[in-house]
Design a protein around this ligand. Structure first.
Ligand SMILES: NC(=O)C1=CN([C@@H]2O[C@H](COP(=O)(O)OP(=O)(O)OC[C@H]3O[C@@H](n4cnc5c(N)ncnc54)[C@H](O)[C@@H]3O)[C@@H](O)[C@H]2O)C=CC1
Ligand SMILES: O=C(O)C(=O)COP(=O)(O)O
Length: 619
């Protein structure tokens, strides 16, 4: 923590002064979420552990949160709780790396009781990973792996607030789900399940089970993502006319398959068959209700292999009873398993399967391997390609930004240590100077690190790339970003990063800019982060070890006096630079030191007559 002295208000006791907490209290409720998005799973991910010091981004809280990486390195294995059946190939991979506890069918209470002993949790759709689970984890749970696509059973907001990464396995069961959709489509049209049950009951009812043909019929695919587009492709092979509705799907992908993207009203009012393939979100919950059924073509047939909650099930029963919907084929239900006396399940025009979309041998092996790799990667400090609640930055971008990531955190740490007691930080402005096109510079990871640098020294929360934006918002910390274009080479991502803390008193008055902000600026030189500006004084000191900033009247001998005091206390100087306004006027001396000087040494530096103020800062 910073210590600060000024000649005017020299307070030796301030050598370990507490910094002012950010406002409002960190317990304040907030509804902010960090870029959680369903479509994120399509982006490339980061491999944090491959970049020096970047693993600190994930799950670090001082020494305690280095635990997972340290434990992997030291042979103390992390513990992975597998709460639902997972393919053997995935379990084998996990066992090579972690202690694997396969405990299926845990009650919510049992899950909460176990979770504080686990570093990772793997689930399918049958386990609700609620806020209570994250709270019960007491900070140990670092990653939740969803062995499948839908993450509506994981409280993403709570995961983000707890800095817990959520990863899924978004691709391995796509074909299985699409094939199941087609299986339900065909078997519903030909009443296969009903005819089968009738024969097994000893009957031979050829007239009762007359079906409808698929060829030439219109199928509306709602949700034209991975599964939806595979269903569309297969339905075209069956000779169907396929249209699709998806507000976010690219038109060229639809065109490539020969599918027309239409409005939801057009889709549901013209289709003979409707197949649902969107996620369950607040926007899609009960999207199919009395009103939507009323707009459908009479006798429409509906297939749902997505999520039960997308349909108002009572409304579907009414639509089946009044003939608006001729048939439905459902793999998913609002409540799973549905109540035994569910009218929907029992309805003679409804074909049901118990959430089997992903249940093929091949898909389950694939999903198990996909999620095991994602979870292991996350535990090693890598951010998986399938992270759902963290910004995705391609590996090559991350590797290029690596020294700037370190610089960003150090500038945040420096700036916050310059704040004088009494004033809470509210506004942070980050200014990036770069020759790059703004679209070609992803600053989210830098912003996360500046946030980490500002918040961690003054609080007990740990900040990582998952919860940085959330934590900042929760604490009332507004972080704005500005770009200044620069004439250098676009090969270099950034020329400089400036961190401004708005209108605060500083322990080191020289750190205030003309605008009255605490201002520090850094650059990367030969791959090493340097501090290059404090307030309006240019300095140049590598950001390693710790830092002493002194302001003095420019005159001979000061460097020698400070150097001698440090040497007498066995404090090694690793870098030194002096920035002055003009010869003989005020100067700032920035001294990089490997060790922390003791109070006595700091006091002696403060007593050098020419030194007007100084501050010791931990990097
Ligand atoms: N029954 C089962 O066992 C399985 C079910 N699923 C479910 O299938 C669904 C689709 O999975 P994927 O295709 O892998 O996901 P995806 O993310 O690739 O596709 C979902 C698509 O839905 C679209 N969408 C979002 N909101 C929409 C709205 N209001 N209207 C229309 N489209 C909207 C998105 O833009 C996206 O293109 C998910 O709900 C998933 O949980 C997936 C695999 C197996
Ligand atoms: O992947 C999905 O979204 C699924 O619905 C599959 O669920 P499951 O893993 O079979 O419980």
């Amino acid at each position: 923590m910073a210590s600060a002295h000024t000649k005017a208000i020299l307070r030796p006791s301030a050598a370990k002064a507490e910094l002012v907490p950010l406002l409002p209290s960190r317990n304040a409720a907030s509804s902010v979420s960090l870029n959680a998005s369903w479509s994120r799973s399509r982006f490339l991910g980061l491999r944090l552990a491959e970049v020096p010091n970047i693993s600190a981004l994930h799950g670090r809280r001082g020494r305690r949160d280095l635990r997972i990486e340290a434990s992997a390195a030291e042979g103390a294995r992390p513990t992975v709780l597998v709460a639902e059946k997972l393919g053997e190939a995935g379990l084998e991979l996990l066992r090579g790396f972690a202690n694997v506890d396969c405990s299926y069918k845990l009650s919510p209470e049992e899950l909460c009781a176990k979770i504080s002993l686990c570093d990772a949790l793997i689930v399918r759709s049958g386990t609700k990973v609620t806020r209570e689970v994250f709270e019960a984890a007491k900070g140990r749970l670092k990653v939740v792996g969803r062995a499948g696509v839908g993450i509506d059973n994981v409280d993403l907001q709570a995961a983000t607030e707890h800095g817990c990464l959520v990863v899924n396995a978004p691709t391995a069961n796509t074909v299985a789900a699409a094939e199941h959709g087609i299986a339900l489509l065909a078997s519903m049209a030909r009443k296969v399940a009903q005819a089968d049950a009738s024969m097994k009951a000893g009957k031979w009812q050829r007239n009762k089970y007359v079906g409808v043909s698929l060829v030439g019929k219109t199928l509306a695919v709602l949700g034209f993502g991975k599964v939806g587009s595979e269903v569309a492709r297969r339905a075209k092979g069956l000779g169907m006319h396929v249209i699709a509705h998806d507000p976010y799907a690219p038109a060229d992908r639809a065109r490539a398959i020969g599918v027309e993207l239409v409005s939801i009203d057009e889709a549901i009012s013209t289709a003979d068959f409707i197949s649902l393939h969107m996620p369950l979100t607040p926007a899609t919950s009960k999207l199919f209700n009395d009103e939507t059924f009323a707009k459908m073509k009479k006798g429409v047939r509906i297939i749902n292999v997505a999520r039960g909650g997308v349909i108002d099930e009572d409304a579907l029963v009414r639509a089946l009873d009044n003939g608006t919907v001729a048939q439905a084929a459902l793999d998913v239900f609002t409540e799973e398993p549905p109540p035994k006396d569910s009218k929907l399940v029992q309805h003679e025009n409804v074909t049901v399967t118990p959430h089997l979309g992903a249940s093929t041998v091949e898909a389950q092996e694939g999903v198990a391997i996909e999620i095991a790799e994602a979870v292991m990667g996350a535990l090693k400090g890598e951010l998986a390609a399938t992270a759902v609640n963290a910004p995705m930055v391609p590996a090559e971008v991350l590797s290029e930004l690596a020294p700037y990531v370190i610089l960003a955190e150090k500038l945040g740490r420096l700036a916050v240590q310059l704040v004088a007691g009494g004033s809470g930080i509210k506004g942070v402005k980050v200014v990036y100077t770069s020759a790059r096109d703004p679209d070609d510079l992803d600053t989210r990871i830098l912003r996360a690190m500046i946030t980490k640098g500002i918040i961690e020294p003054i609080s007990s929360v740990f900040v990582n790339i998952v919860n940085a934006d959330y934590t900042a918002k929760q604490r009332g910390l507004r972080i704005s970003e500005e770009r200044i274009s620069h004439d250098g080479s676009p090969e270099i991502p950034l020329d400089s990063i400036q961190v401004h803390l708005a209108h605060l008193e500083s322990k080191f008055a020289s750190a205030l800019s003309d605008a009255g902000d605490i201002k520090v600026e850094g650059r990367v030189k030969d791959g090493i982060p340097h501090l290059t500006l404090v307030g309006s004084f240019s300095v140049d000191v590598s950001l390693e070890g710790n830092l002493i900033l002194c302001r003095q009247v420019d005159q001979p001998g000061i460097i020698g006096q400070v150097g001698r005091i440090l040497a007498e206390n066995n404090v090694n100087i690793n870098f030194m630079s002096v920035g002055r306004t003009a010869p003989g006027k005020q100067a700032i001396m920035a001294i990089g030191v490997d060790e922390e000087p003791n109070k006595e040494a700091l006091k002696k530096i403060g007593e050098i007559p020419a030194i007007e103020e100084f501050v010791f800062l931990e990097l």
